[in-house]
Each structure stands twice: as structure tokens, then as C-alpha cells.
Design a protein around this ligand. Structure first.
Ligand SMILES: CC(C)(COP(=O)(O)OP(=O)(O)OC[C@H]1O[C@@H](n2cnc3c(N)ncnc32)[C@H](O)[C@@H]1OP(=O)(O)O)[C@@H](O)C(=O)NCCC(=O)NCCS
Length: 158
């Protein structure tokens, strides 16, 4: 943890962070669940689909992406965007390389995201996780998040 620094996203981080995220979501991905049920759709696998979520994060607010790095090497990130009118700070994605997990870096990234929201005068933060994501469930509740709903993702073959 001591050697990890935190900084704002730079365009040169894009491909590496996208890769880190896709690798990290193996086993906790809705897109992967879709593929398990239906196979590849339109010639694209779940990794391609999940990777596009990072492209969306960058398009929406590149300055809202906080990068964890060791030296110049990105090791993970948290993405955020702010709905000022609605008063909610959103956290779409959070990922770390396996070697950097379990040392408090994920917790620190969430704390930095929450601080960004507070600094912007935002009163509430929102994050989602899958039921099977044990670390997500325990980390977010320990940081003050309270469960308000559960969602089911349905997909139909046409
Ligand atoms: C989620 C993620 C970023 C967390 O980062 P991390 O640096 O490993 O997390 P931290 O070390 O800050 O600690 C997480 C907390 O969860 C706990 N935890 C870790 N593994 C756990 C498990 N399998 N079950 C329950 N709790 C667990 C830790 O004990 C810690 O709690 P503590 O601070 O009270 O000791 C990282 O695990 C990851 O990249 N996971 C894969 C992608 C992912 O699931 N992203 C989130 C999707 S919603």
C-alpha cells in the first residue's frame, strides 16, 4: 500500500486500465453471465462488452477516474461521475490487479471517490455490486453504504 499513489486519469492509461478491469471482472460480470446463458452475441465476447463500460466511463467524465499506480504503472482505478441536479455521485467501476488486492487500496479508492463527491457538495453516493461479489458487499457496507434494492437482469433470445 505504501508504494501505491493516486492520481487523475490520463489518456495514456486507457488501454491498461481497460485490461485490468476486464481481467478483474472475470467471475463477477453480468456480461459473462449473459454469455454463459446465450453464447457470444453479435460476434462479441463478454470481455469486449465489459471493456466498453470503461470507454463509457472515460467518455462521461475522464477527470472522475482516480487511478492507483505504482511508479508510472497503473494498477487499478475507480470511476465516478456526478449527477449534480439529482444530487448523487455514481461509482460505475472499481478494479485492481490481483497483486494489489487485500491491502486497503480498494478501500482507499472508494474513500477518495466519496471525498470527490463531498468536495462537489454532493450528499449521496451510489454503487452496485453482484450478490456473489463477497468483497464488494463487505467493503461497501463497511464504508457506510446501505442496501436499498436488488435487481434481476433478464435477457431474451429473439
Ligand atoms: C473490489 C476490489 C477493488 C477491492 O480492492 P482491495 O484492495 O482488494 O480491497 P481492500 O483491501 O481495500 O479491502 C476490502 C475489504 O473487503 C474484505 N474482503 C476481502 N476479500 C473478501 C472476501 N472474499 N469476502 C469478504 N470480505 C473480503 C477485506 O477484509 C477488506 O475489509 P477490511 O478493510 O475491513 O479488512 C478488488 O478486490 C477487485 O479488483 N476485485 C475484482 C473486481 C470487482 O469485484 N470490482 C468491484 C465490482 S462492484
Amino acid at each position: 500500500m505504501d508504494d501505491v499513489t493516486f492520481r487523475v486519469f490520463q489518456p495514456s492509461d486507457h488501454e491498461r486500465l481497460k485490461q485490468i478491469m476486464v481481467d478483474a471482472f472475470d467471475g463477477v460480470s453480468i456480461d459473462q453471465g449473459m454469455e454463459a446463458a446465450f453464447g457470444e452475441i453479435a460476434g462479441h465476447d463478454w470481455r469486449w462488452r465489459k471493456g466498453r463500460h470503461f470507454d463509457d466511463d472515460v467518455r462521461r467524465d475522464p477527470d472522475g477516474i482516480i487511478v492507483a499506480a505504482i511508479g508510472d504503472e497503473p494498477v487499478g482505478f475507480i470511476s465516478t461521475w456526478i449527477d449534480r441536479e439529482g444530487g448523487i455521485g455514481h461509482i460505475p467501476n472499481l478494479s485492481l490487479t490481483p497483486e494489489c488486492r487485500g491491502k486497503g487500496v480498494g478501500r482507499r479508492l472508494v474513500e477518495l471517490a466519496l471525498q470527490r463527491f463531498r468536495d462537489a457538495g454532493i450528499s449521496h453516493a451510489k454503487i452496485e455490486t453482484l450478490v456473489q461479489n463477497d468483497v464488494g458487499n463487505s467493503l461497501y457496507t463497511s464504508l457506510g453504504f446501505r442496501e436499498v434494492a436488488r435487481q434481476i437482469h433478464f435477457v431474451a433470445e429473439l
